[in-house]
Design a protein around this ligand. Structure first.
Ligand code: NAD
Length: 244
């Protein structure tokens, strides 16, 4: 479905980002995975070795303008262009407000919002001539908030705001900007929770299960593909309707 497109995916060494990288490779894209450490990037590349001619790994500091700019330049040197950026790297926390430090709040905003802004700003020049697709990972908490850990939902409300605003600003270049808002997804973070914690979460999801990383990857594939050529500024919930 992606026909030789070149996609850069941040936070792609595991979880949702890794599943998306794999699905995009299966659909004939060239994929560049960004991670936070050399070791995790190497490990992820090993798992994708059957696609080795079409995949590249890097670990720029996503809050450092020079590092991100150099990484994008290397992508273009290797694959000739960038058609798709998925801003997926993100961290969360559920610390109650009384214990929430300014540093913890800033750390969340730095990755979930500021790095998204920086990567987006630096990729757009590569997309202006032939159009492109920018996809952001939001969350169901961007709609409802959450009862502790105010930084994470705040950051995801910002993700939605950036998505909708840039869709309007960049439409004239044929750059589409959308987000996927996952519900509870079976990544490392969730699979380590005890059964007693997971069971009531599942009970609140009408489809009767938590999501798999592949459920989110499928949504990204649709939004990145020409099937979504008239879709922009959209926040697509993929959550089994488990929204409380
Ligand atoms: P994960 O923890 O499995 O993976 C996170 C990825 O982000 C990893 O590849 C990691 O290398 C990268 N990362 C972490 N810190 C980084 C940093 N400082 N710089 C660069 N990269 C960094 O998480 P996941 O569950 O796959 O989450 C991916 C996205 O999905 C996040 O934006 C998260 O907020 C969002 N999300 C997850 C869920 C869920 O239930 N898992 C639900 C809603 C939204």
């Amino acid at each position: 479905m992606l026909n030789d497109s070149v996609a850069v995916i941040t936070g792609a060494t595991r979880g949702i980002g890794f599943a998306t990288a794999k699905l995009f490779l299966e659909n004939n894209a060239k994929v560049v995975i960004f991670g936070s450490r050399e070791e995790s990037v190497t490990k992820a590349l090993d798992k994708l070795s059957e696609y080795k001619d079409n995949v590249l790994g890097m670990y720029p500091n996503l809050n450092n303008e020079n590092e991100v700019a150099n990484a994008f330049k290397k992508v273009v040197d290797k694959f000739g262009k960038i058609d798709i950026l998925i801003n997926n790297a993100g961290i969360s926390s559920s610390t109650p407000l009384d214990n929430y430090t300014y540093e913890e709040f800033s750390k969340i905003m730095d990755l979930n919002v500021n790095a998204m802004f920086l990567c987006t700003k630096l990729v757009v020049p590569y997309m202006k001539e032939n159009g492109g697709v920018i996809l952001n990972t939001s969350s169901m908490v961007s709609i409802y908030g959450q009862s502790a850990g105010v930084g994470y939902p705040t950051s995801k409300f910002a993700v939605n705001g950036m998505t909708k605003s840039l869709a309007r600003e960049l439409g004239k270049y044929k750059i589409r900007v959308n987000a996927v808002a996952p519900g509870v997804i079976n990544t490392d973070m969730v699979s380590s929770l005890p059964k007693e914690v997971i069971a009531p979460i599942i009970a609140g999801i009408p489809l009767g299960r938590i999501g798999e990383p592949e459920d989110i990857a499928n949504a990204f594939l649709y939004l990145a593909s020409p099937m979504a050529s008239f879709v922009t500024g959209e926040i697509l919930s993929v959550d089994g309707a488990g929204r409380a």
